[in-house]
Design a protein around this ligand. Structure first.
Ligand SMILES: Nc1ncnc2c1ncn2[C@@H]1O[C@H](COP(=O)(O)OP(=O)(O)OP(=O)(O)O)[C@@H](O)[C@H]1O
Length: 633
């Protein structure tokens, strides 16, 4: 039978593990749903040793109680039966206590009561400890997820499989599901069953053997169906992802506007229904087979129980066993059956959780791919020469086409360079390569004569301020939306106000009810939404906040009105004084003010020069410029 792929096997080739690691992970896959249990335990252990130990200790203590209680109950019955012969008239409590048999019965009942109370208290304490442990493990896991996410490369986030896995892992953590508690619960039930079985062995060894013989096929059957269910869930993973996406589209706030205008809800619901129906059909088929096989093995167990019950009753009737033995053995068998059923059920629940644990641990096992130099070159301060792209080519993972190819380009220190070119010509890709979000597939990028890969990428990124065209609209306050450009300076209100003024964002903030403290966006109740251009002004302020040597603005003014655009550029020139600025724009009115303009086409440089030079040349730039200018005449 083919095994389901491990989470790493679902990743793109470059993400995959070495051969020996793959063999190890394939072996692990055979254990299916249970392979994450050690990691799960380590997670809880690392979060709180005291609580993990407390949870285990409490469960161990509680596991032995049922067998003890049944045994005490047996002693009660036997003592009561033995004492019936010398029954006397007892007038007072003192008489009761003075009577040896009755005192013994009283003592035994008191012991059973103490055990019952201890079991209750231990149960409550376990729930309390497990609840706290689940919450702090959940929080610690979220922090670990966030810390790990920060170490990964952009390309990894852009991989749909990684994205979906991360999303599900996040949801799993947010649900505060407690697989650890469930696992320990299973352990406790297993130990209780074992203690009962050991106690029964003393009386009827063959009965325990009978039980074990009927249990083994039931367990094997459960494990078989667990693996089948796990495999099915894996195969259905793409469908499930698509179904989740349809649900999100059909019921999400972000898409509500277009859903209404285009009347999409029926279409999306139908697509969801088709996927859900297919899943239902496959799941039901497996569930039916599981129910039939499970029912058969459960009946075998019941048969074994009644067989043992009959023999116990007969042996009690013939005097080989006492009435107390009868109580104990029937009680122990009944309890054992209940426990075993619970254990089998727990097994299938644990296997359901395992898919999410796959996502969580699969994500935590991802390693970043961009190499970081062990001994980075000292970063030039200030940058003297600038950046040189030498025959750079970049192809996105899994893409057939090159986004840029044979690209030779110089960005001189201190200049304002504009990049223009048609959609998809590679402008944004150049920016990402510059900030080392990706490494070139071929060729190299030099900064002051050294390969960009020789520098520490973190340092490089602190020296470059980039605002992408799809900048993030944080549902935080207006002040924070600017401060994220240099989050360490978030308390410097003056600085935030200064950069806001430079980006014309001050007038936007002035109109907000709570000014810089106003929460933006629609996610939260106190949020106020802004227009596209207003958001863009905040994003420009964010870039200025960075105070970096290299300023990169990707379509910074696309949403601005003509007057705002002109003003932003006038200020940008003043701000960029002495700094290097890279400007990407489709608006030639902005582009023409740059020191130099580079025209890209199909990932290559087509022309470069000042506005005047390029217009005089009568090439591609002149043609595009004329097209836009004509539209205004
Ligand atoms: N994350 C990605 N994965 C795969 N391909 C991508 C990705 N981002 C961009 N591309 C492809 O790379 C090429 C260059 O894209 P890029 O975003 O650099 O163009 P651009 O010049 O900035 O375009 P625009 O003017 O539309 O913003 C395009 O063909 C695009 O389809």
């Amino acid at each position: 039978m083919r095994l389901p792929p491990s989470p790493t096997e679902r990743l793109p080739t470059s993400e995959r593990l070495t051969t020996s690691e793959r063999i190890r992970s394939a072996t692990a896959a055979r254990i299916g749903p249970f392979r994450h249990l050690p990691a799960l335990f380590r997670l809880a252990w690392a979060t709180s040793r005291a609580l993990t130990l407390a949870s285990i200790g409490l469960r161990l203590a509680r596991a032995a109680i049922p067998a003890l209680m049944l045994y005490v109950a047996k002693l009660v019955v036997d003592t009561v039966v033995a004492g019936r012969a010398d029954a006397v008239a007892l007038a007072s409590a003192a008489d009761w206590l003075a009577h040896p048999h009755l005192r013994q019965v009283g003592l035994l009942i008191g012991t059973e009561l103490a055990l019952a109370l201890a079991s209750d208290l231990l149960g409550r304490a376990t729930t309390l400890v497990d609840g706290v442990l689940a919450e702090i493990t959940g929080n610690a896991t979220t922090l670990r997820l966030m810390a790990h996410a920060a170490t990964l490369d952009l390309a990894q986030f852009e991989d749909p499989a990684v994205q979906d896995g991360l999303e599900r892992a996040r949801r799993q953590v947010a649900w505060r599901a407690n697989p650890m508690g469930q696992l320990l619960g299973q352990l406790q039930d297993g130990l209780t069953a074992l203690s009962l079985a050991v106690a029964v062995v003393a009386f009827l060894p063959w009965a325990v053997l009978l039980l074990v013989l009927t249990l083994i096929p039931a367990f094997l059957n459960e494990l078989h169906f667990n693996r089948q269910g796990y495999r099915l869930a894996y195969q259905r993973s793409p469908d499930r992802r698509e179904g989740d996406y349809m649900r999100q589209l059909g019921a999400g706030a972000e898409t509500a506007k277009e859903n209404k205008l285009f009347g999409l809800s029926g279409y999306l619901a139908e697509r969801f229904r088709v996927l859900a129906d297919r899943a239902l059909r496959e799941n039901s088929r497996l569930a039916r087979r599981r129910a039939v096989a499970g029912g058969f093995f459960a009946s075998l167990g019941t048969l074994a129980y009644y067989l043992a019950y009959g023999v116990i009753a007969l042996r009690t009737a013939t005097g080989t066993l006492t009435l107390g033995d009868l109580t104990f053995l029937t009680g122990a068998f009944l309890r054992l059956r209940g426990l075993v059923e619970g254990l089998l059920l727990g097994l299938s629940q644990l296997s359901g959780q395992a898919q999410y644990l796959d996502d969580l641990f699969g994500f935590l096992a991802l390693a970043p791919r961009l190499p970081v130099p062990e001994h980075p070159a000292p970063f030039p301060t200030p940058i003297r020469e600038g950046f040189v792209f030498e025959a750079v080519g970049y192809r996105y993972p899994g893409a057939e086409r090159w986004a840029v190819r044979d690209l030779s380009l110089t960005i001189r220190a201190g200049e304002v360079l504009a990049l223009v070119g048609e959609n998809g010509s590679g402008k944004t890709t150049i920016v990402k390569l510059l900030a080392r979000l990706y490494d070139p597939t071929e060729g190299r990028i030099l900064l002051d004569g050294r390969d960009l890969r020789d520098y520490d990428p973190e340092t490089l990124r602190t020296r470059i301020g980039v605002i992408f065209q799809d900048f993030v609209r944080f549902d935080l306050t207006a002040g924070e939306n600017i401060a994220v450009g240099r989050i360490a300076a978030r308390a410097e209100a003056d600085r935030i106000e200064d950069v806001a003024a430079s980006a014309l964002a001050d007038t936007v903030v002035a109109r907000l009810p709570a000014g810089y403290d106003q929460r933006l966006g629609r996610r939260f109740e106190d949020g106020v939404d802004l227009s596209g251009g207003e958001w863009q002004k905040l994003a420009i302020a964010r870039a200025y906040m960075r105070e970096s040597e290299v300023l990169v603005l990707d379509e910074p003014t696309a949403a601005l009105d003509a007057r705002a655009e002109a003003e932003v550029f006038a200020r940008l020139r003043a701000l960029a004084l002495g700094r290097t600025a890279l400007l990407i724009s489709h608006r030639f009115s902005s582009v023409r003010r740059a020191d130099r303009i580079v025209v890209l086409g199909a990932g290559r440089v087509q022309e470069a020069g000042t506005h005047e030079e390029l217009v005089a040349r009568g090439g591609r730039y002149a043609e595009l410029f004329e097209l836009q200018a004509a539209a205004y005449r």
